[in-house]
Design a protein around this ligand. Structure first.
Ligand SMILES: NC(=O)c1ccc[n+]([C@@H]2O[C@H](COP(=O)([O-])OP(=O)(O)OC[C@H]3O[C@@H](n4cnc5c(N)ncnc54)[C@H](O)[C@@H]3O)[C@@H](O)[C@H]2O)c1
Length: 348
């Protein structure tokens, strides 16, 4: 191929213009609404996102989910609603729908579930993201990927900015998730550069709130369920490793701002308030049951020692920062967990 042809095919190094959306999208007389696909919409963050999107009467929401970790209960209030549609679908298979925006969340987020079938996890991240990008290309939709702070691995920089490339083990037991999301980010940017697809990438840090799976191995849900049941809080050794926790309503707000804004990302979304695991256990005991003791247990391999987002970019570009502090968010989650566990407040 001549040098000139190569240059042309790459649009002088500039990202291509996105393909034209369906003409109906501009034909407001026929189609007044924004049609939005949420993959993984039956899960924890996805279902809260659906609730928020459905508040806008101009939105029609389609959820595609295979129910691996999600549940119909999370969406029960929308089943049968004229602006809502549910498709039982695995994103590792192609999906044909006509939409304007795609929030691509489908992927198990808890280590217990993503390690259960690591090959499926990496397929979900790689083939699933390829399928959703193919759909975005076909219909000219904007697509947002929920990536993760795990792309930073066990970070050597603290706090982590978006410029940090990470310190990830490519062959560890968590790699199906970490490396899967890294490839998903690569695919997003390759489709953007090569095909002009409008992309948005959020790097989500630990998020908590109602509808998290009980006993899913994530630290907030574990501690909360243990405290409510009156069991020991199992703190993984050494207990000095840190995490930061973002309440789910803040996360949903950040995702929608990112989708609606002009910046491709990646953008860190998370709460910079940092807690050691021992401190978190103390807050949970204080709020729920000071009588339950904490005990140190063995840690899992490749558990990062420190995790705290630098959210300067989110503040500047999206005007976003978390509003809900841990002491406000935990009681909201406690009410949901007590309801699902069937253990009312002053039970014991
Ligand atoms: N919750 C967090 O703290 C956190 C942190 C970083 C990133 N994220 C990302 O946010 C997204 C949502 O996380 P979550 O906490 O809501 O997890 P979740 O497990 O509650 O939700 C994931 C949803 O995806 C569905 N799903 C999984 N594999 C699928 C497949 N192959 N096809 C179709 N659906 C599939 C599940 O059934 C579930 O409904 C994920 O992409 C996750 O990686 C979450």
């Amino acid at each position: 191929m001549s040098k000139e042809a190569t240059k042309d095919s790459h649009n002088n190094g500039l990202p291509k213009q996105p393909p034209s959306p369906s003409p109906l999208r501009f034909s407001k007389f026929f189609q007044p609404n924004m049609r939005i696909l949420v993959t993984g919409g039956a899960g924890f963050i996805g279902s809260h996102l659906v609730d928020k999107l459905m508040e806008n009467e101009k939105n029609e929401v389609i959820v595609a989910d295979n129910f691996f970790t999600g549940s119909k209960d999370n969406l029960s209030k929308w089943i049968g609603h004229p602006r809502f549609e549910f498709i039982r679908h695995d994103v590792t298979e192609p999906l044909m729908v006509e939409v304007d925006q795609i929030y691509h969340l489908a992927c198990p987020a808890s280590p217990i579930f993503y390690k259960y079938n690591p090959v499926k996890t990496i397929k979900t991240n790689v083939i699933g993201t390829l399928n959703m990008l193919g759909l975005a290309k076909r219909v000219g939709a904007r697509i947002l990927l929920t990536s993760t702070s795990e792309v930073y691995g066990d970070p050597l920089e603290h706090p982590q900015t978006e410029e940090y490339w990470g310190n990830v083990n490519p062959i560890g037991v968590r790699s199906c998730y970490d490396e899967g999301k890294r490839v998903a980010e690569t695919l997003m940017f390759d489709y953007h550069r090569q095909h002009g697809i409008e992309i948005r990438i959020a790097r989500i840090f630990n998020t908590y709130g109602p509808r998290m799976n009980i006993d899913d191995g994530r630290v907030v849900s574990n501690f909360l369920a243990q405290a409510i049941r009156g069991e020991h809080l199992t703190v993984q050794a050494p207990g000095t490793q840190t995490r930061s926790f973002c309440y789910v309503s803040d996360m949903v707000d950040g995702l929608i701002r990112l989708m609606e804004g002009d910046n491709t990302g990646p953008i860190n979304l998370g709460n910079p308030g940092e807690f050691t695991m021992m401190e978190l256990a103390e807050v949970v005991r204080e709020l729920i049951d000071p009588a339950v003791p904490a005990k140190i247990v063995e840690n899992t391999p490749d558990d990062p020692r420190q995790r705290k987002p630098n959210i300067t970019k989110a503040k500047e570009v999206l005007g976003w920062e978390p509003q809900v502090v841990l002491r406000e968010g935990l009681p909201l989650m406690e009410a949901d967990f007590r309801h699902r566990l069937g253990i009312p407040k002053n039970y014991r």
